[in-house]
Ligand binder design. Sequence first.
Ligand SMILES: C/C=C/C(=O)SCCNC(=O)CCNC(=O)[C@H](O)C(C)(C)COP(=O)(O)OP(=O)(O)OC[C@H]1O[C@@H](n2cnc3c(N)ncnc32)[C@H](O)[C@@H]1OP(=O)(O)O
Length: 174
Amino acid sequence: CPIILVPPSSTKWSQVPSVLKCWFPPHAGAQYEYILVEKRGDKNNVGFIQLNRPKALNALCDGLMKEVGQALDAFEADADVGAVVITGSDRAFAAGADIKEMQNRTFQECYGGNFLAHWNRVSTVRKPVIAAVNGFAVSITSPAACAEKSDILKISFFFFFFFFTTQDIGLSFK
Ligand SMILES: C/C=C/C(=O)SCCNC(=O)CCNC(=O)[C@H](O)C(C)(C)COP(=O)(O)OP(=O)(O)OC[C@H]1O[C@@H](n2cnc3c(N)ncnc32)[C@H](O)[C@@H]1OP(=O)(O)O
């Protein structure tokens, strides 16, 4: 009979030994450290990812972004999932990149190490990904560079300035 590995419900994904990670998909029981992941909807066909660092206003640390990538991989591979929703918590969708984590990194480390390369995963998923944004949604990028990319980004910049004038800070990611 098949052996099914089910980690204890209190297990954080980062605590699972690497050698075991391939034996159970991240959303099948093991908890992530920085995100909550489940399938929702009447037909259980919506992949749901909640950023879960409320004390740091969901600042996007390396571990969080890696976990988002893992969850997206799992949902992309799951034929039952038709779309993915990413959301944050009450006060913040996300406070942008984790500036405490970034502050001591040198240019050479970032450039040579292809810093943030894995952040692109959210834009390469072939299923629709919807951001359900609440509260702070902070990021910084170059308007000129983004405006070249698409009309959606131009609209995003409109909302960026709109949010600034209404006390919230907001900017869509690429
Ligand atoms: C490539 C990508 C680039 C980028 O994304 S650049 C953008 C980086 N993000 C920022 O610069 C935003 C920094 N955060 C803020 O400006 C403020 O926060 C807010 C305006 C969003 C909210 O202010 P308030 O309501 O007063 O909250 P609080 O006391 O500042 O923050 C609560 C806790 O959250 C931590 N935190 C907030 N943002 C970040 C962040 N981006 N990276 C790491 N930690 C963050 C704080 O430190 C603190 O925690 P503690 O009380 O333990 O000090």
